[in-house]
Write a protein that binds this ligand. Structure first.
Ligand SMILES: [Zn+2]
Length: 499
């Protein structure tokens, strides 16, 4: 394929929630999806880019924007436990869960703390890095959007009627910043009264982006998040094509702003990328859902509404197909006891914890263990060095002539190691195999549909289209896209200043 260089080095990045290679290929074959077909024939297509673990949007966005895994950027997942403040953080898995945790606290975590406190200050986002170099950026609807530009979110009156929260939240963002109707650029439909109409949907993202193009104020880098397909796949399963067809229509409407589609890609670099995959979840609830409360009996688990109490032994932070399980009682509920209990369920395909400098792994399918640490004689597919012992089949690793290859769990060692070092606390991280989901108190579940959050390749591999360049990232992992994107925007500057 001959790739034509665009007229400018501006980059437009569309993040298409839950876009996956297999259903995309199927849809291209069977349905009329001209926009995706156009990209297929005018862009480089990479079917298997590795997303970080747990495969949840906030973690994915943080890794994309900082070019680091969670041990460096500090956002472990959608739900986690902040040991220092004895606080369960949840950026929004389910409204019932959030209400139990206290709505105003949860809203504040998502709207303020995520970007301004939890996302570590010693790493820079793409927005900050480019703004430092004099470029301008846009962020349309991602949860993670930290930049250098002082901005504010306006909390709608209806929300303030139910929740104690101030009208304005001050935050630093991309130069052009959209966060649903809480921070809107275009003058259209300013007022609305229904929660799901608050602008966190594809239609709104497209409307705001079109406004930037039509007003000719499109900055050097724009990240536009299209969230809708996540719900389609959760409900209808990973093979859903309806959502892809819908997304295609929305991308068409963007391309139609230009005199011709060719002109659109002659003007800018376009990157279309998924955020995480999803695994199917079995129909039968009993078979599909792994209830951690039953498995961990009789240990005392913190109730969401009450918060951590003196007598509690365990805190759960579920991220759909994975979970952090924290020990608050090192005498009667140490990690070894938690691991023993989790091992009783063969649907759990990965159980990991750290001890000394080693990460330890086992699974519900095996009584054996595997240990690894950073540095050593073995080199993996991404050039990372490791020392290992025990049974590597637990992580489905191939080890041959000092080389490590990954199969069911892409970039397994680095993703797991960094997750175990992403935050303070004594915890086990566990993930279920395809077909299953974890449940606890008030967690959402999707029997007969699909889900994500897990460690498996079903959750972890996403496709990417790139127009206008033959330049490739250092590796096809989300964590390696930042430096590459900056190079596309600023091709003449070799210095990558990320700490
Ligand atoms: Zn989801």
């Amino acid at each position: 394929m001959t790739i034509q260089k665009p007229a400018s080095s501006r980059v437009v990045m569309l993040m298409l929630d839950t876009l996956m290679d297999k259903p995309l290929q199927q849809t291209l074959e069977e349905e009329d999806v001209p926009a995706l077909r156009f990209f297929m024939s005018h862009a480089h297509y990479y079917p298997n880019v590795v997303a970080p673990f747990p495969t949840m949007s906030v973690n994915v966005e943080s890794t994309l924007l900082t070019g680091k895994y969670s041990d460096k950027h500090g956002i472990p997942a959608l739900a986690w436990y902040e040991a220092a403040n004895k606080r369960i953080i949840n950026y929004g898995t389910h409204i019932v869960e959030l209400m139990k945790l206290g709505l105003s606290e949860s809203l504040y975590n998502t709207l303020y703390r995520l970007n301004n406190e939890h996302l570590r200050k010693d790493v820079k986002t793409i927005h900050e890095e480019l703004q430092d170099r004099g470029f301008h950026t846009a962020s349309i609807n991602p949860l993670v959007h930290r930049g250098n530009e002082p901005n504010q979110l306006e909390i709608p009156g209806l929300v303030r009627f139910f929740v104690t929260i101030s009208k304005w939240i001050y935050t630093n963002t991309a130069n052009k910043f959209v966060y649903g109707r809480l921070s809107q650029l275009s003058p259209f439909h300013k007022f609305s009264h229904i929660w799901n109409k608050y602008g966190f949907n594809n239609h709104f993202s497209i409307q705001e982006f079109a406004y930037l193009i039509n007003s000719e104020i499109l900055p050097d880098f724009s990240l536009i998040y299209l969230p809708d397909h996540d719900k389609n796949v959760h409900k209808r399963g990973p093979t859903d094509q309806k959502g892809i067809i819908e997304m295609d229509r929305q991308i068409q409407s963007l391309l139609n702003i230009f005199p011709s589609w060719e002109e659109a890609i002659q003007k800018f670099h376009w990157i279309l990328i998924g955020d995480n995959g999803q695994s199917f979840v079995k129909h039968d609830r009993k078979e599909a859902l792994v209830d951690l409360r039953l498995l961990l009996q009789p240990l005392k688990i913190t109730k969401l509404r009450k918060g951590v109490q003196q007598e509690d032994q365990i805190v759960l932070a579920n991220n759909l197909r994975s979970s952090f399980i924290y020990s608050l009682d090192s005498i009667n509920a140490p990690l070894t006891v938690i691991v023993d209990k989790l091992q009783q369920d063969e649907r759990i395909d990965m159980i990991a914890w750290k001890k000394d400098e080693y990460a330890h792994v086992t699974s519900g399918k095996s009584l054996r263990t595997f240990q690894f640490k950073q540095g050593g004689e073995l080199t993996d597919e991404h050039g990372q060095k490791w020392t290992t012992s025990g049974d590597p089949s637990i992580l489905d690793l191939g080890i041959d002539h000092q080389k490590i290859t990954f199969h069911d769990y892409p970039d397994a060692l680095k993703r797991l190691y960094t997750t175990l070092h992403s935050h303070q606390g004594e915890f086990v991280v566990a993930s279920v195999g395809p077909g299953h989901e974890f449940i606890g108190e008030s967690t959402p579940s999707h029997p007969g549909g699909a889900s994500h959050g897990g460690f498996h390749k079903d959750d972890s591999l996403i496709p990417m289209f790139v127009t206008g360049t033959d330049l490739q990232p250092a590796s096809l992992r989300m964590v390696d896209l930042k430096d590459w994107i900056i190079k596309l925007v600023d091709p003449n500057n070799d210095e990558i200043s990320s700490p």
